[in-house]
Design a protein around this ligand. Structure first.
Ligand code: ATP
Ligand code: MG
Length: 325
């Protein structure tokens, strides 16, 4: 398979009065064409930061000391803002974690959607209007004409989510970054939106980086999974080996707390211990204080690199779980 997006050794810092927050500390992963890659990890692990960094939408307080984001032979971190704008929303688009606040509150829904079409294509406003209506209808919104004439605040959370999905998908992007696209939605709506995302991959060969807390969603959507902890990917593999034989103690702990996948409540439970302080990150493995498999080596050496332990299965750990444990 060809690569759609490659992230290499990505570091991101946020400047804060208490010191720099080391949000991403060398993230590596590859998204293949037509694939759904799920990124999981607890709150604060750096998932949204990664999504924003790929899109070139980090806040001004952020710096990127090193790393590359390769799309279509270009490093998105090093191309001009102008070039990036031609790619963003067109070839690479994003659904934000909080739909309601990601939409422009003072602009009607219709113009927000039409603006994306007009900015990236040569069609006129009448065609753009038709495309916008079709897309809203395709996203399951009844009476799209009425919705086009409304402000985001007058729509429900689920409707905003669909509008954002319409904006993200209207130009049939090659890569879609979906940050918790269904959190806060009821189960039926969630299933429907996920089905639409799957169809996008199937019908257009698009790739999706899907960020979620929900292992049930991972099981039903992903071909590949990446587990992120304290701003690094600590394990990545195809979905079945990851569920059957997790090798990083963190992944293992995450999955151990999970009820059966066919249970209704599949949210992850919090692990024992607390995530590390992202301002004062240790040199050694950041999972060490919570790890039940730690060796003396883990206390003295720098954080372990991500290494292949089986075909397409990479783990960053000096003492991984043995298969079958
Ligand atoms: N603008 C910011 N300024 C300072 N620190 C930030 C900023 N945005 C994020 N952070 C910090 O960076 C780290 C990663 O945050 P991020 O939002 O990427 O986590 P996340 O994995 O998306 O969490 P969640 O699951 O809660 O959405 C956290 O420690 C967070 O507090
Ligand atoms: Mg987030």
């Amino acid at each position: 398979m060809a690569e759609a997006l490659r992230v290499e050794d990505l570091h991101v810092r946020f400047g804060t009065p208490a010191g720099p927050v080391k949000a991403l500390n060398g993230v590596n992963f590859v998204l293949e064409e037509g694939e759904i890659y799920c990124l999981v990890g607890e709150s604060g692990a750096g998932k949204s930061t990664l999504a924003l960094a790929i899109m070139g939408l980090l806040p001004v307080s952020a710096t990127v000391p090193s790393g590359r984001v390769i799309f279509d032979g270009m490093d998105l971190l090093r191309i001009s803002q102008e070039k990036l704008r031609t790619i963003r929303g067109n070839k690479v688009s994003m659904i934000f974690q909080d739909a309601q606040s990601a939409l422009n509150p003072v602009q009607l829904v219709g113009p927000q959607l039409e603006e994306v079409i007009l900015a990236h294509t040569n069609v006129g406003s009448r065609v753009a209007n038709g495309m916008a209506l079709d897309m809203l209808r395709e996203m399951g919104l009844p009476d799209p004409k009425r919705i086009m004439g409304q402000y985001p605040f007058s729509l429900s959370g689920g409707m905003c989510q669909r509008v954002m999905l319409a904006i993200a998908l209207v130009l049939r992007p090659r890569v879609l970054i979906a940050d918790e696209p269904t959190s806060g939605l009821d189960v039926t709506l969630q299933a429907e939106i996920l089905e639409r995302l799957k169809a996008l991959c199937r019908e257009q060969g698009s790739s999706i980086l899907l960020i979620t807390h929900d292992m049930g969603i991972v099981a039903s959507m992903a071909q590949k999974v990446g587990v992120i902890y304290a701003g690094t990917v600590v394990e990545t593999s195809k979905v079945i080996p990851l569920f059957k034989e997790p090798q990083h103690p963190y992944t293992w702990s995450l999955l151990k707390t999970l009820p059966r996948l066919d249970d209704v409540d599949r949210r992850l439970e919090p692990l024992r211990g607390v995530p590390p302080d992202m301002i004062d990150l240790p040199e050694e493995c950041p999972f060490l204080p919570r790890c039940h498999k730690a060796l003396s080596r883990c206390r003295v050496e720098r954080r372990p690199p991500l290494e292949e332990v089986a075909s397409e299965h990479m783990v960053a750990c000096y003492n991984p779980m043995l298969p079958g444990t």
